[in-house]
Design a binder for this molecule. Structure first.
Ligand SMILES: NC(=O)c1ccc[n+]([C@@H]2O[C@H](COP(=O)([O-])OP(=O)(O)OC[C@H]3O[C@@H](n4cnc5c(N)ncnc54)[C@H](OP(=O)(O)O)[C@@H]3O)[C@@H](O)[C@H]2O)c1
Length: 239
């Protein structure tokens, strides 16, 4: 997976969970990495800028700050920031729906749009959108989340068609159930039910998602674009 030179990598929501594992994996591979976080102290040993992905001005500021630190454009964007607001369809408020779409889908759009400027100029770039098995598989109580994550597929594929000729790839990585704070809040009964349907018979670690993201960002993956790459232990097979 050796790349010719270190790239400038920006990971949104890289202060914890899957994003943090992704950031650490790129850093361990020798890339220049900046994570975005919203508040508090960033994780030790990582450079950070603040970013609220629901706010275009904040996204612009975060990229400008990152470009300044890098001394050049972002070459690899990992749009990872995401939230859940689970509840059954009949009980879901407009606000629950809109907030999840605005964060998970529009947030990734804002970051990809901003990243594209520098990537087009460099004629090189990797856009990786972190979706979920739920985006194509569906999940009761997650209409908002599933819709936002399915939307990322159309986003990545349209970017691929627009920018594929400029050395830029756009792909979706779709994790299954990963041990993070997001899944820690699931009721035990629900976890058991999910586990029963996962061929691998276990949840994954954030590092297992990170290594796939690194591959998709590598020179070796230059001919992969518009793809949905599952990291789900087989849960979403065929979807
Ligand atoms: N865990 C899983 O099983 C799983 C499975 C499939 C897909 N995913 C996806 O993988 C990604 C990471 O999940 P995770 O489990 O690592 O989640 P997590 O531990 O809850 O972390 C979510 C990250 O997103 C950031 N974030 C949330 N809303 C934001 C906003 N409006 N602006 C900027 N940053 C925001 C959070 O920042 P703060 O720390 O400031 O809140 C945090 O860094 C998400 O997109 C999630 O949907 C997770």
């Amino acid at each position: 997976m050796a790349d010719t030179q270190p790239r400038n990598v920006l990971v949104t929501g890289g202060n914890r969970g899957i994003g943090l594992a992704i950031a650490r994996a790129f850093q361990a591979g020798g890339d220049h990495v900046i994570i975005t976080h919203r508040s508090g102290e960033p994780p030790e040993g990582l450079q950070a800028v603040t970013c609220e992905v629901t706010d275009t001005a904040s996204v612009d500021q975060a990229f400008a700050a990152a470009e300044e630190i890098f001394g050049g454009p972002v070459e690899v964007l990992v749009a990872n920031a995401g939230i859940t607001r689970d509840t059954l369809l009949m009980r879901m408020s407009d606000e629950d729906f809109d907030t999840v779409i605005d964060t998970n889908l529009a947030g990734a759009f804002r970051c990809a749009r901003r990243a594209a400027t520098g990537m087009i100029r460099k004629r090189r770039g990797r856009i990786i959108l972190i979706s979920s098995v739920v985006g194509l598989y569906g999940s009761p109580g997650q209409t908002n989340y599933a819709a936002s994550k399915a939307g990322l597929v159309g986003l990545a594929r349209s970017i691929s068609r627009e920018l594929g000729g400029r050395g830029i790839t756009a792909n979706v990585v779709a994790p299954g159930f990963i041990d993070t704070e997001m899944t820690a809040v699931l009721p035990d009964e629900q976890k058991k039910a999910y586990l029963a349907n996962i061929p691998a018979g276990r949840f994954a670690t954030p590092e297992e998602v990170a290594s796939v993201v690194r591959f998709v960002a590598s020179d070796d993956a230059g001919y992969i674009t518009g793809a949905v790459i599952p990291v789900d232990g087989g849960l979403g097979m065929g979807h």
